[in-house]
Design a protein around this ligand. Sequence first.
Ligand code: 4NP
Length: 157
Amino acid sequence: MQKIRVCFVCLGNICRSPTAEAVFRHLVEAEGLAHRFEIDSAGTGAWHTGEAAHRDTRATGRARGVEVTSIARQFLAEDFDRFDYVVAMDRSNRTNLERLAGSTSRTIHLFRDFDPDSEKGSEVPDPYYDGGFDRVFDICEAAAEGFLDELRATHAL
Ligand code: 4NP
């Protein structure tokens, strides 16, 4: 069976999208659906390529039973062919991705739009500048659950 390929995208790929990736993978594993998914993350910027996630991102995940294992990389145009769902953490990430997609006009999802309790257009705030790693984790958990609910309906999981 064809896997559902998901890539979470933020700016640096060391805080928000690694958290989203790890939280979503954890959820999918807990639901016994890991074999149906390929899950990755990337950044629109390349500054942190090759680095592990931010130490506070990893510590926050570990404290909540979720290992954050991603190694940062930049999202490239060819990634649009590699993933069924490209999921941005904020509107600026989405704009950058739309620009990269150019005339192929791919749909770029906003992660929090999958959370039924979030207002449309809500963003995952960047904890890199002002802390808030716990809050980012909570936001990602809620959005991940909504995202999986939607995927269950769309893909009959
Ligand atoms: P992220 O946070 O996009 O959630 O990974 C950032 C990490 C690094 C930078 C910006 C945002 N930076 O400019 O280096």
